[in-house]
Design a protein around this ligand. Structure first.
Ligand code: JB8
Length: 243
């Protein structure tokens, strides 16, 4: 968090970060934060008491509590944007099999509590998921990105007419190891370039993210788009993809 974009943002005072060690809120010789699960089963569960002591100290009335877990609701660009509007986010990083559920229940009447998942895979703990979320959220805070980068162009930016993945990008040299940059990008025809990029975005989305394509708003499609989509060999019947 002190490197690169986040470090510069915190140097500029746009954001500030704090990190806490849960064991600072333990009082036994071994600074114990885990115990065996009620009901049996493998692994260990994080004890509620250190979490309660820590969160009582760290949370403020305007804070939101964010708990990464593979069983949470998906962390999306829309969630990132909503969190970027908040003034204080507290991330509770679990280890082992997770945090005793009563902790989240306890704080829900006091602050907004969100259990969120960054994807369908299992990490060893919440810290890396939180770093991912902090990066996605921070770049949406005004002033964090430089003038060259714009958040409105992103593939997943909410409010964009279609939610497509971006097509390929190219820079100099024009020829590299026998591969030329597509002629249309050298043509200077801004209309044709925009249309080519849109076509490539549709092609890539159809191939790699049929779930996104199935959610496309047909009102945002013109005749050319519809013709292109008909020509694509869709990996999944859009009608059969879950909402
Ligand atoms: C223990 O995959 B994850 C994730 C995995 C975890 C914990 C939190 C998040 C805590 N394992 O996002």
């Amino acid at each position: 968090m002190s490197a690169s974009l986040l470090g510069k943002a915190s140097d500029k005072g746009l954001l500030s970060f704090g990190v806490h060690d849960l064991r600072d809120w333990t009082y036994d010789r071994h600074r114990t934060v885990d115990d065996t699960p009620y009901g049996g089963g493998p692994g260990m569960v994080m004890k509620p008491s250190p979490w309660g002591e820590a969160l009582d100290d760290v949370l403020t009335p305007s804070a939101r509590l964010v708990v990464p877990t593979p069983s949470g609701r998906p962390f999306t660009q829309a969630v990132a944007a909503e969190m970027a509007a908040g003034d204080h986010l507290v991330f509770a990083c679990g280890r082992y099999e997770g945090i005793d559920s009563r902790v989240m229940r306890h704080y829900a009447p006091l602050v907004r509590v969100d259990e969120v998942s960054i994807g369908d895979y299992v990490l060893a703990g919440g810290e890396v998921a939180v770093l991912v979320m902090i990066e996605a959220i921070s770049r949406l805070v005004p002033g964090v990105l430089g003038n060259f980068e714009s958040v409105t162009d992103d593939s997943f930016a909410p409010g964009r007419m279609e939610t497509l993945v971006e097509g390929p990008v190219f820079t100099k040299p024009r020829d590299w190891r026998g591969q030329a940059v597509p002629d249309v990008l050298m043509s200077g025809h801004h209309g044709r370039i925009a249309r080519w990029r849109r076509d490539e975005a549709f092609r890539r989305t159809a191939a790699l993210r049929p779930d996104l394509l199935a959610r496309l708003d047909p009102a945002g499609l013109d005749k050319h788009d519809r013709k292109l989509l008909e020509s694509l060999d869709l990996a999944v019947d859009p009608g059969r993809v879950a909402k």
